[in-house]
Design a protein around this ligand. Structure first.
Ligand code: SIN
Length: 327
């Protein structure tokens, strides 16, 4: 009922953490049984350590949050030595307790295609379950990480990663584009096994008393429920245009939200900003999904993309029968 697939990757349920909102899961494991979630997506890992952007770099906004972390992380060597074993421990505990483990998805960020390739080769050798290629972080000065604002760069980066990756590759897309569908198609053309849609929307909050932005870098990425309708629309549009699966991200905070994304065409959904206030939320959502799907006698597989079919049927049918219209 809850099981799903993301291309070659099977998941025991469609609920994953969103990159950058739950670390590696290690600290979060005290709040809930992470063996029960479908997957854990790491914070972006880069080749070299990055100090990130100066503070303040997070601020609350109406129904959301702006962040400009700047991909702070200790680099791939530290991650492989210290963090990955912890993620593996969470998966092993899940397997021992439930016979199923959360999938371990490593989010990678490069300043060049060569760096993406290095990271993809390294994590493939480590035998992680999948890679999420962060082509879309809006918070880096170099601007080089915004591969996903250009279809040619997206395709080139994905193609290069796919040449060395031996695990499924998901391209994380930016919503800060005019035509997200063309970028998703470029990722598919490059050989991506799926896309993650969407990263954050670029935004700004200004403290008028101080006359300057609250976030030190000025702009940041908006996440949370405020962006969910945008994310749902983009997932819906992408699903109509590509054959590869979609991992949705963007403001989901309940089982109902997850099902909304699934109806739009997603195969699985990342939970992010809402976990800052409730770090046990993923497991609550898994429980609520079980209740909802049981009550409605349906499944994730049966619901996937149903909004597409419904829309097609509505488009094909006349809005109302002529005889009724005149009554
Ligand atoms: C950040 O570290 O600034 C956020 C990561 C992202 O949006 O991809």
């Amino acid at each position: 009922m809850l099981s799903t697939t993301l291309g070659p990757l099977s998941l025991h349920n469609p609920v994953l953490s969103a990159s950058g909102t739950f670390g590696s899961g290690w600290e979060g494991r005290q709040f809930s049984d992470l063996g029960r979630v479908g997957g854990l997506v790491s914070k972006t890992v880069t080749c070299k350590p990055r100090p990130g952007n100066p503070p303040p770099r997070i601020v609350e906004t109406p129904s959301g949050m702006l962040n400009s972390i700047g991909l702070e992380n200790k680099g791939v060597d530290y991650f492989v030595a210290e963090t990955l074993p912890r993620m593996r421990q969470i998966a092993a505990d899940g397997r021992a307790a439930h016979g199923a483990a959360p999938r371990l998805v490593i989010n990678i960020g490069g300043e060049s295609i060569d760096e993406f390739v290095q990271l993809a080769a390294r994590f493939s050798a480590e035998g992680v379950d999948a890679l999420e290629v962060n082509l879309s972080c809006p918070n880096v000065q170099e601007g080089k990480l915004l591969f996903s604002t250009d279809p040619r760069l997206t395709e080139a980066a994905v193609r290069a990663v796919k040449k060395v990756a031996t695990v499924p590759v998901f391209a994380k897309l930016s919503p800060n584009v005019t035509d997200v569908v063309s970028i998703a198609k470029a990722a598919e053309q490059g050989g991506a096994d799926g896309v993650t849609a969407i990263n954050t929307l670029i935004g700004m909050k200004i403290d008028w008393r101080k006359g300057r932005p609250v976030i030190a870098r000025g702009i940041g990425g908006l996440s949370g429920p405020a962006i969910r309708p945008v994310a749902v629309r983009m997932v819906y549009e992408i699903a109509r245009a590509v054959r590869i699966p979609i991992l949705a991200a963007g403001g989901a905070r309940s089982a109902e939200d997850v099902l909304e994304f699934v109806c739009a065409g997603a195969s699985a959904v990342e939970i992010g900003t809402a976990m800052f206030t409730d770090p046990a939320l993923m497991v609550t959502i898994v429980d609520d999904l079980t209740r909802l799907l049981t009550a409605h006698r349906t499944s994730i597989a049966a619901l996937r993309g149903t909004a597409q079919a419904g829309q097609d049927a509505r488009a094909a049918a006349p809005a109302c029968k002529p005889a009724e219209a005149t009554r």
